[in-house]
Ligand binder design. Sequence first.
Ligand SMILES: Cc1cc2nc3c(=O)[nH]c(=O)nc-3n(C[C@H](O)[C@H](O)[C@H](O)COP(=O)(O)OP(=O)(O)OC[C@H]3O[C@@H](n4cnc5c(N)ncnc54)[C@H](O)[C@@H]3O)c2cc1C
Length: 482
Amino acid sequence: MNETTERGEKREQDGDNSIDSTFWPPNKALRQDCSFKIKIDRSPNAVAEASRDFGRLISGRAEGVIAVTTPDELVATIRHANSTGLSLTPCGTRASCGGQSLPNGGLSLDMRNMNALGPVDLQNATIECESGATLRAISEATLRHNMLPNILSFNLDLTIGGILSAGGFGANCHRFGPMVANVKSLDVVTGEGRRVHCSPEREAALFDAVLGGLGHCGVIARATLALRKVRSKVRLWSLLYHRHEDWLDDQESLIRSSRCDYMQGFFWAGPQLLRSTPTGFYPKAQWLYGLSIGSEYDGEAPDDDWMLADLKPSGVLAVDDADTAQFIDLYRDRFVQMRRTDAWQRRHPWIDCLLAPEVVREILPQVLEKLPRAAGDGHRLAWFPTKHLPGLFSVPAGDWAVAFAVLPTSIEESVYEETLAALDQVRRMLWDRGGKAYLVGWFGPMDDAGWRRHYGERYDAWIAAKQKYDPRRVLHSMAFSN
Ligand SMILES: Cc1cc2nc3c(=O)[nH]c(=O)nc-3n(C[C@H](O)[C@H](O)[C@H](O)COP(=O)(O)OP(=O)(O)OC[C@H]3O[C@@H](n4cnc5c(N)ncnc54)[C@H](O)[C@@H]3O)c2cc1C
């Protein structure tokens, strides 16, 4: 590691500067606070790693990496950046796809080593976690008390800071909403270097701006997550459908009856049949739809007839039982395989879009027509209630929304350009129907008009939050380069 202290020139001050004058310009006390030596790693390996995310679609321009290990170091680093004109991009595992965690000519603020976990608070059913803690570490700690965070995303190796800056969808978001809807409080260091404890009751504007906020206004130092009691086993039913109408009907009916603890929709291109078109015979896919539903239990497994009553699948492919700890990691093998092959290193134009349920019903056949076969089998659907979402989390109007995802594990280079163009068409089609980007996916360059479209009536509040909490625009990324 190289050691560096001050570098870079002061930036022009812009935006609303109504900030607490004790924090800017830095007074003597703050300069003393900043006396901890900021270490910037400028080694080629560190810079290369910090310029690359899972998407592999955009290259970042990192100048170095600062890895913080304590909240105090985080405060000092951000204050130092304010006083020197450095810009910072917080990151966890850089699993986002469109440059959200990549610097555009500044420093990567690596949060992974700040990863302590508080004890499980049994009385309040919460756990306090530092930002770099992974969902795996958190769930291991809570399972010792037969508890889990209300909801977990499928990839347990993401950091809690990264996932709460995104959203956090998983197999039980139809019950609890995404992870951002299950946070009791946060410790945030704002872009101006102020450490603030916030919650829905206290400093709510900051709480709302940071959850799902991609590190735009502040850096999450700690989060207190809501926990729930879990049962030891999960029974899983894997259902197959030939008609998307039946598949969607059953998902709605399961939500209404609150029967299952877990639910995830899949769809994939089945047998390719040669069909006549004006320009010759072309293969056409037979689309198939899957539904995985799960119920936790202790002792005797839940009754199949009870769970499947009124549902209309073409067939029940399997009924499996698993330990809950095993179940929450159900995608582990898929991710291990992606890493073993070169799939992890390839480009991932992942489309993640939040849609109104009626739009999914209406638009699905057209989307399937357009989806390129090279996009593979990673198409997913998860329903979630829109109540209790943070104020700046943009979703379509209505009580329910659907996270619609096209997640190719890898795309052959030979068909990459045409696949990307087809995916881009799909993305635009979804946005034209009121879809909102899940902000850690791939959404191409976003100009001001794009952000206005995304945030809609929340746009002014989003701009005001940036001006209030990060007036010197210390926090930035490739995704916010406009
Ligand atoms: C294989 C795979 C599986 C996935 N599965 C799911 C899933 O099941 N559900 C789901 O919802 N998503 C999923 N995702 C997407 C994932 O949620 C996001 O990419 C998530 O943000 C990644 O966490 P991370 O630690 O890698 O964060 P990064 O990608 O490093 O960062 C994401 C964003 O958060 C900001 N950030 C990071 N840390 C902080 C912090 N402490 N404070 C403020 N801002 C911060 C970054 O600047 C960036 O804008 C998956 C991604 C992959 C690659």
